[in-house]
Design a protein around this ligand. Sequence first.
Ligand SMILES: [Zn+2]
Length: 313
Amino acid sequence: MRALAIDLGGSHANCGIVEERAILANDAIAVDCAEGLRPLLPLIVDTFDQLAKRTKLSLADCKGVAVGFPGLVDARVGRVLSTNAKYEDAPKVDFAAWGREALGLPLRIENDARMALLGECYAGAAMGVTEVVMMTLGTGIGGVAMIEGRLLRGKHAQAGCLGGHFPILFTGRCCTCGAIGCAEAEAAGWSLPLILREWPGASGSTLSKYQKVGFKELFEEAAAGDEVALAVRDRCLSVWCADAIALVHAYDPEVIVIGGGVMKSAANIIPIIQSHVRKHAWTPWGKVQVRAAELGNDAALLGAVPLLSEKLD
Ligand SMILES: [Zn+2]
């Protein structure tokens, strides 16, 4: 199957033409998600026209469009249900009508982390595995689940996709979702500066030379021996370990795939989460494997074919 795929992120919209497990061509458009989705839709159509020219295909050669969206999505009705400060106008967009009118194709939309999990199961780190959870460690934390080869969705379409919002610390900070002490409120790109602001001795840390500290800087300065960076890094690892256990206990996976921008430091992260899960998860049937994601930013695009092929209830 050949398909169009869109992965809507906070800073880029990645558009691609995919054929089975291959991306034939793709382009990322810089976006300002605070401006909403509607101004972006014509740019996406232009990008697909250019990609079609580049690959000498016509859009009619594709079977459909798959959209990965960073928010709560009900794939069964093709609607965005709720956003979290990204593309606030999306719940009002009739995606199926847009796909039909602007691209001449049927369209499906799904949560972006679920799309990435579909991609990793179809063409990446979890090929052939039917019981999988995926954690995506980046600006936020994605935590999604597949059980018996099917994405977990639930009545309100929010089952199995809020693993980054498992409360890890009941005395923790308020999360953007409204809960307290969520994994991503305690150890994600957006909360890292807030954690550092409150950290004792942070002003004397080498991290204070950076205007904005992300995980890249945190891991680099920790490796260089900065005490604050080491302590904050270890605290983040502990949060991710706790979240991994919660995902195992909630969804009964055999494999945890870990992806996201932080995985540039995968060598530091995977063994720690693996050993924590081996030691602390209650899985009398065996041991859950922890694997690094293989597809990087391509994961959601490669989720297009499985999403379009899925029999939706
Ligand atoms: Zn939350």
